[in-house]
Design a protein around this ligand. Sequence first.
Ligand code: PGA
Length: 254
Amino acid sequence: MRKQIAAANWKMNLTKEAGKKLTEDILSAGIDLNDHRQVVFGVPFPYLSTISEKIDGRKNYFVAAQNCHFQKAGAYTGEVSAEILKSIPVTYVIIGHSERREYFNENHQMLSEKVNRCLENGLHPIFCCGEPLSIREAGEQNSHVEIQLRESLFHLSKEQLTGFVIAYEPIWAIGTGKTATSAQAQEMHAHIRNVIAANYGEEVAATVSILYGGSVKANNAMEIFSQPDVDGGLVGGASLVAGEFISIIKSLKK
Ligand code: PGA
């Protein structure tokens, strides 16, 4: 089975102490992950090391950065490169979250470069895509997401896309309490997999983990994750509450 992932996105929340406590509480649930299930903590840069040390030795628990710069190195005050992240070490990097696209003007070209920097450094991107409400209402969500994939990912080789992680996050469902129905999620996830299959073949498409994001909570995770093309979730608000996130981890396909 391809990787099933519960990925926390803490965004710009929690102090270092609060982050440590939350991680300890989640780990204390003692959830043993099997070979295909993973838990990822997407934490603010300053405590990537701390959280990485906390989870050290736990099988299939990893940390993610929430961003990296598209340049390799140099005079970019305040920025963090993929090479720096690799030295922490970090396993995953969230790339192209809609908040970064919207508030920091990240475009397709920048995101494709960020993906490249990650891969050059052996880091795994969690590549985010998803449509705003206006596009959904116009019924154009499939082509919108297809363009996001094509422009930022489809320069990759078959080998690079094998086992890749994508997060579909409809913007209208992020932080709004309004979740896509499991049918809407499945429909888009199947579309994403079909687009990958059309460009890279069925075999590669079958290895790509597609996470759903947007108001995933303890009480809807099981239903959403049970869809055949949904391979877990990227979770914001509910990942800040130990009990919620523990239930979400337990909702991954076994
Ligand atoms: P949410 O955020 O779970 O709070 O909706 C998800 C995300 O932005 O990754």
